[in-house]
Write a protein that binds this ligand. Structure first.
Ligand SMILES: NC(=O)c1ccc[n+]([C@@H]2O[C@H](COP(=O)([O-])OP(=O)(O)OC[C@H]3O[C@@H](n4cnc5c(N)ncnc54)[C@H](OP(=O)(O)O)[C@@H]3O)[C@@H](O)[C@H]2O)c1
Length: 288
């Protein structure tokens, strides 16, 4: 039996859908914090168990009879609560007799990273490695799917793509393909105590995204470098919440520092096919 946490989120649900093409739904347990939300979204036959990352007793009950847990990292933004949540899941898995835990981390996790999620990924990886559980770590790069959020609504009418990432490059991956690679790993052997960089090549800069947008839309778009302060001021004007502004600024700084420029062939091997590239993605989203 395989349990997937965060099963009502994008990556968890996509992984469950990819899994149902490989194994019987009766072998899959969706662990969710809100069973109501799961009611009409999960494939037929997948069992639902309640388990909030802040509720050790519920997690322990949810992991009974489970051999492998996929821990989808929390959407909590604060570092310490996020680490605590992940530790609760790891502790409960161990206590319940789970053999193998797969964790979705980030490329180049570091306590010093400007990217807000990175220190908690680093701490979780360390905790998992020391837990005694067999582990596999998916060090995920940024999703291609976040590009529309980075592009924002103002870019296309203005023809300017603003960022403070300078010429920092990112090896983006499609979330659905990460889910497919997770399903492949969950249903095959040879992944014990492995750490995988989930970061296909090539890596792209904001100049590349601007060029791709120009090609996909037929309208000229050019990259406009700005400072982090200018971005923050503009987002504040649009009433964007402060934690989200911090997340975005930290992410841009980490891009500039090259933290997401981590292209390797590992992802393609785990996926079993060529990952979607930037041009194909932008054509799908913005193509005429
Ligand atoms: N690489 C990237 O570009 C990128 C982008 C965004 C996020 N991420 C990270 O990758 C994770 C998965 O991505 P995603 O797109 O699937 O994000 P998502 O759609 O926001 O899903 C996050 C999932 O975590 C669950 N969750 C959050 N707090 C929880 C708690 N206390 N107890 C139990 N479940 C909890 C959420 O439950 P509910 O459904 O009840 O809300 C949701 O199912 C995110 O959580 C985040 O850590 C990565």
């Amino acid at each position: 039996m395989i349990a997937i946490t965060g099963a009502t989120g994008h990556l968890g649900l996509a992984t469950i859908k990819a899994l149902t093409a490989k194994i019987a739904p009766s072998e899959i347990v969706a662990v969710v914090r809100d069973p109501q939300k799961a009611a009409n979204t999960l494939p037929q036959g997948v069992a639902v168990r309640q388990g909030d990352y802040n509720d050790p007793a519920a997690l322990l009950a949810a992991f009974q009879g489970i051999e492998t847990v996929l821990l989808i990292s929390s959407s909590e933004l604060e570092t310490e609560p996020r680490i605590r949540e992940h530790r609760n899941v790891i502790d409960a898995a161990k206590q319940a007799g789970v053999r193998h835990l797969i964790y979705t981390s980030v490329v180049n996790p570091s306590p010093e990273s400007a990217f807000g999620a990175s220190p908690s990924h680093f701490a979780t990886e360390e905790y998992l490695k020391d837990s005694g559980l067999t582990y596999t770590v998916f060090r995920n790069t940024l999703y291609l799917d976040i590009i529309p959020m980075l592009v924002g609504e103002g870019t296309l009418p203005s023809g300017k793509l603003y960022s403070s990432a300078d010429d920092g490059k990112v090896s983006y991956a499609l979330r659905e393909e990460i889910a497919q690679a997770l399903a492949n790993v969950l249903t095959s052997e040879g992944h014990d105590n492995q750490i995988y960089d989930i970061a296909p090549g090539p890596a792209y800069s904001f100049q590349d995204i601007a060029a791709g947008l120009s090609e996909a839309t037929g309208q000229p778009v050019e990259y406009a470098p700005v400072s982090g302060e200018e971005i923050a001021a503009s987002l504040r004007e649009h009433q964007v919440p402060e934690p989200f502004i911090n997340l975005l600024l930290g992410m841009s700084k980490a891009m500039k520092d090259g933290e997401f420029d981590a292209a390797s062939s590992t992802f393609e091997k785990l996926l079993g096919s060529k990952p979607t590239d930037l041009k194909t993605y932008l054509a799908g989203v913005y193509g005429k």
